[in-house]
Design a protein around this ligand. Structure first.
Ligand SMILES: Cc1cc2nc3c(=O)[nH]c(=O)nc-3n(C[C@H](O)[C@H](O)[C@H](O)COP(=O)(O)OP(=O)(O)OC[C@H]3O[C@@H](n4cnc5c(N)ncnc54)[C@H](O)[C@@H]3O)c2cc1C
Length: 466
């Protein structure tokens, strides 16, 4: 009999919880420690803004690896006309997750399975002398389980070091773009730091909310995400050969050469198909890189990879493009050197092209710099306890926490923790691409299978595609 705790109330936690409840033969209790927000939605699917769209086609979204078109069916029922709509509001996926979790709980209840939801944060995980895990919760509660899964997503946003305390306390600097208060007066100029997917949504919301405001976006490369094509792509015909050749490469530079050649020499194939076709091998390619090669990738390739791989829905892209074309939005390739003042804030930047410094005034500055996984700097009490007590250890490149390919977390001595797994963004150091639902639901399925076994499944590979 195995009692299991899942820590984290986002989509990854919901996927593992649901997978475990779907196994009626499983013995033992399942505890889902969801934190304080609506279970299942997490950061991505809590939004109510209809302009915030999924950046994965509806057909590719879902909670369980073996249920391919459940989300499409849910969306069709909910909208009455989802056919032909590829990129749906994220709100809808949040509702879908919650409906799935409720359905799994009702079924589990009917066949007498034991499960408990804890609407509290986990504050500590300690390994007991019997190799079980004692999990301390808010309000002084605790539970002891045989296995645990850490599904806490990326870190809460932290202010960039270039932001002065005065600016931070001014009320004009917004650390969390998803949770902003309404200013007393509509801002005349809004500056967004970042140009990735979070920035795109932030700009779209700001444009709607403050229709007269000028918008400025600043990031080092000034590169907005590329767009998805409106229709699904034909696969690159030589993808298997390309992936095999990539797996035989030594380092990120020869890999990039092969990818560029494939894109250039594939008439009739959209370059996006080449990038998408690498998805099944991305984790293995990353794992094959040495630490120095990973560092090189992060320094030289990451920005281009992120923009090409994590593309935006066509409608979001078009909205941002229209803002640029109308002159309402300016995008700068520049480094933010300082944010000062009490409002309006003075944002000092250095242009990438000219190296010249300039200052942009903005009534509101929104930090939209994307996923932060640098756990060593985190103020989160659970992560602090895990690292301080050596239960977990940071990835050497600050890409989350260190783990085995099977998802088992490594302790401070580099030893895998028996039956203590991670899932989602905090495993980026190990898997690189592990943040989107297609990867998360595959990993959840595999974790649930491993947790159903009496010991650790040593040959489990959570990066492998279902
Ligand atoms: C804005 C945005 C849009 C995205 N769009 C897409 C998309 O269209 N398609 C796609 O496939 N992916 C998308 N993603 C990727 C997304 O990260 C995943 O799809 C998925 O939502 C990740 O879920 P998660 O549970 O790992 O993390 P999170 O959503 O971050 O959830 C983690 C949860 O754990 C809770 N928590 C933290 N600490 C504790 C603790 N100590 N105790 C208990 N609970 C805790 C948090 O409060 C949070 O609710 C998007 C991501 C973002 C940020």
């Amino acid at each position: 009999m195995t009692d299991i705790a899942i820590i984290g109330g986002g989509a990854a936690g919901a996927a593992v919880f649901g997978e475990l409840l779907r196994r009626p033969d499983r013995q033992g209790a399942v505890h889902w420690i969801t934190g304080c927000q609506a279970p299942g939605r997490g950061v991505a699917y809590a939004t109510r803004d209809e302009h915030h769209l999924l950046n994965v086609r509806a057909a590719g979204m879902g909670l369980f690896a073996d249920q391919k078109d459940d989300f499409l069916q849910h969306a069709s029922r909910s909208l009455g006309h989802a056919q032909g709509i590829d990129f749906l509001p994220r709100r809808l996926f949040g509702e879908f997750i919650q409906a799935q979790v409720h359905a799994r709980m009702s079924e589990a209840q009917a066949h007498g399975a034991r499960f408990h939801l804890h609407h509290a944060k986990a504050l500590s995980v300690q390994r007991t002398a019997e190799s079980r895990y004692r999990i301390g919760l808010e309000h002084g509660d605790a539970l002891t389980v045989d296995a645990a899964v850490l599904a806490i997503g990326a870190l809460a946003p932290r202010a960039l070091r270039t932001v002065s305390v005065e600016a931070l306390n001014s009320g004009a600097y917004m650390l969390d773009p998803w949770n902003q208060d309404e200013p007393a007066r509509p801002p005349r100029r809004v500056l967004v730091i970042g140009t990735g997917l979070t920035a795109v949504d932030t700009l779209i919301s700001a444009a709607t909310r403050w229709p007269r405001a000028e918008l400025v976006a600043v990031s080092r490369h000034g590169l907005l995400p590329f767009r998805h094509q409106p229709v699904p792509l034909a696969p690159y015909p030589y993808q298997d050969d390309l992936n095999a050749a990539l797996l035989a490469c030594d380092g990120a530079a020869p890999m990039m050469r092969l990818v560029r050649e494939a894109m250039a020499n594939a008439p009739g194939t959209d370059w996006r198909a080449v990038i998408d076709g690498m998805r099944p091998v991305n984790a293995k390619l990353w794992q094959a890189l040495t630490l120095a090669q990973r560092r090189q990738f992060l320094r030289h390739v990451r920005w281009a990879w992120e923009a090409s791989r994590h593309r935006t829905a066509p409608a979001s892209f078009e909205t941002v493009q229209a803002l640029i074309d109308s002159g309402r939005l300016q995008v700068h390739a520049a480094r933010v050197l300082a944010v000062d003042g009490r409002g309006p804030l003075a944002v000092t930047v250095r242009s990438r092209a000219t190296q010249l410094m300039s200052t942009i005034e903005a009534d509101r500055v929104l930090q939209a710099t994307g996923l932060d996984t640098a756990v060593a700097y985190a103020r989160d009490p659970l992560l602090a306890q895990l690292l301080d007590e050596g239960v977990a250890t940071p990835d050497p490149l600050q890409l989350g926490i260190a783990a085995e390919p099977d998802g088992r977390l490594l302790d401070a001595r580099g030893q895998p923790q028996p039956r203590f797994y991670g899932i989602g963004s905090l495993l980026r150091g190990n898997l690189w691409e592990c943040t989107a639902m297609p990867e998360i639901r595959t990993a959840a399925n595999r974790l649930a299978r491993a947790l159903a076994e009496p010991g650790d499944a040593a040959d489990l590979d959570i990066a492998a595609r279902a």
